[in-house]
Design a protein. Sequence first.
Length: 211
Amino acid sequence: MNPVDIALQGSFPSMMVPTRESVAPMSASGERLLIASNGVFLEISRAWVRLVRRLSSFDWRTPVPYGEAAEHTDLLCGTVPAGLVAQFAELARAALPNEVGAWIVWDSATGEFRLVTLPSLSHGPGHLHYERPVLRASECLIVDCHSHGHTRAYFSPTDDRDDQHDVKFALVLGNCDRTPSVALRLCAKGRFEIAQAIPQHWLAALAGEVV
């Protein structure tokens, strides 16, 4: 086999799902394909999360001699503190009418979260360009936050392009001159899953309630 293909398949392997036992989680960060009797699944492993999502199903019924796989999410970092979301809302309010960005990161060594402000290269009421910050070796990006100034929270085509290759939550706060509107989604290597409900403790913190 071509050496390039060997390297590519080593970095993104495929695994046949066993029929008589569960699939052991990946031992390191990365991605792999799970070939199952009920379709092809993508497994994503990070220090903070493990995701399994179906990529495709088979076009016709045929006996595939493998076990079944199922979609699931293991959030290994625990709950994101509402106080950090409220801190970002304060940054967004102070930046009005311009947009602003920040990351909520998690340290896998200490289990602690922190808010990292993003150095702005250019920003205005309708755009934001920033430098990606340098994190500690044990830190992971969990929530990529940006604001929409006075306008409502939503995900734009620019956001879709920016989030295409990341594994993270994306958070947008809009109407930042008052209790902000909120848009939240999980980004998983090009798949975007809009949150059907915003965590209640986040909403309470954004409304100024003690949580």
